[in-house]
Design a protein around this ligand. Structure first.
Ligand code: SAM
Length: 217
């Protein structure tokens, strides 16, 4: 039989069982977003050409794993890019309001299109750098993924938090080293309850690490 499926579909990683564990009843929306990203992501410069065979595990499920750490309230995602983790968190947690903060015009257009197509009424997209987003002291929690090392990421994310608010910064295996290098800013912003949360054990092969900390109440 001739395969008429477009090349993106052939290259896209099959949906792993972990996707249902992470998104549950919201999986159909996560699936629509993933297919849209697979179809348009490369041409729009959102993902590299090598990402399709690992899109579900490395990006979609990886982002969704953070959802249980969110509390109902105002959450900002700094440097959302293609919508990782912001769009996936909005899908998995309709009880949370997400503000996606992204300076690049083309990425903002993509994010707005996804919000509209997926009917996400809990998302606002702000085109700005975090430092200029006029959100100082407004958010309950702030997430970020693949934006910069903690030493530079904490100074652009912590000011967005209200007193007692929480940073949830997705990190790779080098997180402990990043924490060491960020000691000065951790002290400067008086971060409390600093910890590394490991997510996805028993669900995915590659666990996800999150730097979590609170600013004083
Ligand atoms: C490497 S991409 C990562 C995108 C997405 N978070 C992900 O995990 O795929 C970094 C993103 O951060 C954005 N960015 C860089 N500096 C920023 C800043 N100061 N405030 C907000 N976004 C920023 C960039 O425009 C880019 O979209």
């Amino acid at each position: 039989m001739t395969d008429h499926s477009p090349s993106w579909r052939a290259a896209l990683e099959p949906e792993p069982p972990a996707a249902f564990v992470v998104f549950g009843e919201h999986l159909p929306k996560a699936r629509r977003f993933t297919e849209s990203l697979a179809r348009h992501g490369e041409e729009l410069g959102l993902i590299g050409p090598l990402e399709l065979p690992r899109l579900w595990t490395r990006h979609i499920v990886n982002s969704g794993l953070v959802a249980p750490l969110l509390r109902p309230g105002q959450v900002g995602d700094v440097g959302s890019g293609a919508g990782l983790p912001g769009i996936l968190l909005a899908i998995a947690r309709p009880d949370v309001h997400l503000t996606l903060i992204e300076p690049m015009e083309r990425r903002v257009a993509w994010l707005n299109r996804q919000v509209e197509e997926l009917g996400l009424d809990n998302v606002e997209v702000v085109r700005a750098r975090a430092e200029e987003a006029k959100l100082t002291g407004r958010l309950d929690q702030v997430t970020a993924r693949a934006v910069s090392a903690l030493r530079t990421l904490i100074p652009i994310t912590a000011p967005l938090l209200r007193a007692g608010g929480e940073l949830i910064l997705m990190k790779g295996g080098g997180v402990e080293g990043e924490i060491g290098a960020a000691e000065k800013v951790i002290r400067k912003y008086r971060l409390e309850d600093v910890e590394v949360v490991i997510l996805g054990e028993g669900v995915v092969d590659d666990v996800t690490r999150v730097f979590r900390a609170r600013i004083p109440a």
